[in-house]
Write a protein that binds this ligand. Structure first.
Ligand SMILES: *[C@@H]1O[C@H](CO)[C@@H](O)[C@H](O)[C@H]1NC(C)=O
Ligand SMILES: *[C@@H]1O[C@H](CO)[C@@H](O)[C@H](O)[C@H]1NC(C)=O
Length: 343
């Protein structure tokens, strides 16, 4: 399941039990530059802490992350850079818990199609970005909610609707959180893009973003808003698995939803400046949408991925990630579970 989560509140509570002694000890060693950086970061990201103990604890984590980021960038043997973002005061374990959680991978919930619409398609341009063709809405932010699956499916639907009708309409993730409880979907607890597509087909549509606003928590399905439909899809298909060539055929035709391993520390602090080349595994714990592909100046083939972690992450919310890496299922397992809506 994508984005299976633990509540961040629990994570923070848990983290607060760190020993007081070590905090008091470490306090004196924070140099003012780091304290200032943390203060500035708190302003930039609107972060507030309940008490000074929590603030000290978060400062320690911030400092550790900053050190990791700076040493990664100083080694400089990767094409991409890391940078501070909204996750900068979370430990890697907390980040994993809030964005990946228990890693319960239940393949039986993922329904695969036997047909592949683009099987015989061979007219792929050498590069393509659905952003440039106006088929991608601005990057959104799932916040502290394991709703990546809703954002991934909505972005794919927004794409195919623009391609088919010429209209780019931002659609509602909240409707999926509240109403698409079919097929193993659990709101902020994680879900599947294929189940979300199924729901949209059965509901005969999905509402606009502004008529069913995002709250980053699951509520009861609003029947009135659910019926206020803007667009619909007629079906969905899955791309043959672990096949980046097949995936290319699909992405050449429309944005495609994919599961990905987004739990790595380098993924967490990815800042761009080049193509992401790892480290990552291939546990499908996050979901994103592939909105293009190309080749970098250094000759690296890449996918363009739209994430849902706000614009401060990556390249204004996007990531160029290596395509054709010699790992089964593609880098971070990007080609393991890909699907797209049909309209
Ligand atoms: C980059 O440097 C790190 C640390 O020195 C090293 O572990 C890693 O293997 C290097 N990677 C490449 C691709 O050279
Ligand atoms: C692809 O071509 C084969 C052989 O002509 C045909 O049997 C198959 O139905 C085609 N697939 C699609 C999705 O059109």
């Amino acid at each position: 399941m994508y984005c299976k989560t633990m509540s961040l509140t629990h994570v923070f509570l848990f983290a607060s039990f760190g020993t007081l002694a070590s905090l008091v000890m470490s306090r004196t060693f924070h140099d003012t530059a780091i304290v200032d950086k943390h203060e500035q970061w708190m302003v930039d990201y609107g972060r507030k802490y309940d008490n000074n103990l929590e603030k000290e604890k978060r400062l320690d984590i911030f400092m550790e992350n900053l050190e990791y980021i700076e040493s990664f960038n100083n080694v400089g043997n990767k094409s991409f850079k890391l940078g501070l973002n909204e996750f900068a005061d979370m430990t890697h374990d907390e980040f994993i818990a809030a964005h990946t959680g228990y890693k319960m991978l239940d393949k039986s919930k993922m329904s695969k199609s036997t047909s592949f619409l683009y099987e015989n398609f061979s007219d792929m341009p050498s590069s393509l970005n659905w952003n440039d063709r106006g088929a991608v809405t601005p990057v959104k932010d799932q916040s502290n909610c394991g709703s990546c699956w809703a954002f991934s499916s909505v972005a794919a639907v927004e794409g195919i609707i623009k391609i088919k009708t010429g209209k780019l309409i931002s659609l509602s993730e909240q409707q999926l959180l509240d109403c698409s409880t079919n097929g193993g979907n659990e709101g902020c607890g994680g879900g599947w893009m294929t189940s979300a597509f199924k729901y949209i087909i059965q509901n005969r549509g999905i509402s606009r973003e502004e008529s069913y606003l995002y709250k980053a928590e699951q509520g009861t399905c609003d029947m009135k808003k659910q019926m206020n439909k803007a667009v619909t899809i007629t079906g969905y298909e899955t791309v043959p698995e672990n096949d980046e060539k097949a995936l290319l055929k699909a992405v050449a035709n429309q944005p495609v939803s994919v599961g990905i391993d987004g739990s790595g520390r380098d993924f967490m602090f990815f800042k761009g400046g080049g193509v992401f080349t790892g480290e990552c595994g291939n546990d499908q714990n996050h979901a994103v949408t592939i909105v293009g592909y190309g080749r970098s100046e250094e000759g690296l083939d890449y996918w363009v991925v739209k994430n849902s972690w706000g614009k401060s992450w990556g390249e204004k919310g996007f990531m160029r990630i290596q395509r054709g890496a010699k790992t089964t299922g593609g880098l971070c397992g990007i080609a393991m579970e890909a699907s797209y809506p049909v309209a």
